[in-house]
Design a protein. Sequence first.
Length: 212
Amino acid sequence: MSNFLEFASKRRSIRKFEDRDIPQEDIEYFISAAISAPSGCNSQCWRFVAIRDREIIHKIEEAVVRKTESILAVKSGELSNEYLSSRRKMSTFFVKAPVNIAVFMTAVKYVDPTLISAFKDCGYEDDAIMRMYGNYDLLSIGAAVQNMLLAVHEKGYGACWMNDPAIAGEEINKILGEPAENRFISLIPIGFPAYSPRDKKMKELSEVLSIK
Ligand SMILES: Cc1cc2nc3c(=O)[nH]c(=O)nc-3n(C[C@H](O)[C@H](O)[C@H](O)COP(=O)(O)O)c2cc1C
């Protein structure tokens, strides 16, 4: 690999995996990369659970399917079997990965409690204050996940950043015994890629960059 751009642009989402395990030291390597990411106020507002246990991952699959079906039930009669089975496949392919990393966002402490207290005196709720600061807790999670994906790629594995399972987030907390205040954000299935993804359509640099 000649430079970082070439390396980073070769990372792709992988949704089918070979039936080969991942050693624990590699899992630790991925998480070490994740936790070296920047985070708002250096909050390091993350927690990771690496899931290898098949029974646990099947429970998560069931929770995701149950929640998806309960939402889609309002459209019963309107949806084809093809749609339903493809929806199910799209949101549960993680079950075949040898390792899944569940990513949780923990509570952040503000650096300046006086300013936050002033915001509250002005009637701002916690959610509105966080939004004003660009949801830096969630952005920090994104930075950690991207670091993890690049570490996975470097080691020759593939992964997919999945937020679909978050619809069953509360259930996933219970299955993993994670306290409710740690919010489930993403699931990252990781394994050896079982295929080569097709090229993806990219926006041109000129569409997304202006230099003034
Ligand atoms: C925040 C986020 C959530 C995502 N959630 C899902 C998901 O639930 N299921 C899925 O198959 N892919 C998911 N993806 C993967 C994207 O579909 C993928 O990154 C995009 O199509 C670009 O392809 P690439 O990763 O191969 O470059 C997610 C990506 C991001 C950044």
